[in-house]
Design a protein around this ligand. Sequence first.
Ligand SMILES: Nc1ncnc2c1ncn2[C@@H]1O[C@H](COP(=O)(O)OP(=O)(O)OP(=O)(O)O)[C@@H](O)[C@H]1O
Length: 307
Amino acid sequence: MISVKHLTRTFDEFIAVDDLSFEIAPGDIVGFLGPNGAGKSTTMKMLTGFLPPTSGEVKIDNLSIDQNAKLLQKKIGYLPEGSPVYGDMTVYQFLHFIADVRGLKGAEKRARLSDVIKQLELQSVLNRAVENLSKGFKRRVGLAQAIIHDPQILILDEPTDGLDPNQKHHVRELIRKLSQEKLVIISTHILEEVTSVCNRVIIISKGQLRFDGTPTALQQKSRYFHAVSLTLSYAADISGLAEIEGVADMEIDRITGRVTLFPEPDTYILGRITDYIHHRKLPVDSLYVEQGRVDEVFRRITNGAAA
Ligand SMILES: Nc1ncnc2c1ncn2[C@@H]1O[C@H](COP(=O)(O)OP(=O)(O)OP(=O)(O)O)[C@@H](O)[C@H]1O
């Protein structure tokens, strides 16, 4: 269990993290979101005990990270932003070195090394210097070092940054698998990652907490939640759609031609829309109820007031 209370960090006059409080329990896969410069990395560094807070506290299993950093860091796997250091080592040397630092020995060390090499598919680059690897492989080496000691808590700063779509998928699957028995916090800019991997979302902006809830609760904040969208196979008179009882507003995407109808509060409009389409024989190609657009909520939340 991680407990964060009134966590604040300033750099000279600048407040990078501003009075954050939240608790994270095992089983939580937290997507930690925020625009560039929101304070995500700074928060993660404080959660892992690598940066002292200006005020407030972080407790892991009821122990303050400030006073117990060495002990608690054994429970944490941390993937910092960017690439692994010690770039002139080969991947194999680097992972051995990290295994030693983590106190792994003998058969256990060999088993864990072979396990992470397999999980992150690093066999083909074991003898290459870390600094010469592609961005994607560097990220995978970083992930391997984060999980080598099988930590209870995983804190991953942009784990899929720089990965191609196949690798992204692979790493998300790995995170999903690891999260069955661990507490996981990942920071990301990729909003689809949140709905596909996380069961909780924390959004910060300008160092302050703006949202803490499930991905579904976030989607429900979208103005598109339960709106009905449709596309037509050819142009037709759709002006009557906006007049349907219960439809508050209509929006047409100029690029895709997608038509979206927004319901009045607590109104179910799908039935009336399908009746209308049927009656007018409109050439509808696709029709669906929107689940809410996370990117729209994210923009609104991070530009304005707390949600
Ligand atoms: N050591 C430092 N000295 C001065 N300012 C810093 C320091 N570290 C971070 N900052 C500032 O604190 C703010 C938050 O930075 P942080 O890296 O935590 O943001 P972030 O949310 O991780 O951003 P990004 O998504 O771009 O990685 C930024 O304005 C950054 O410039």
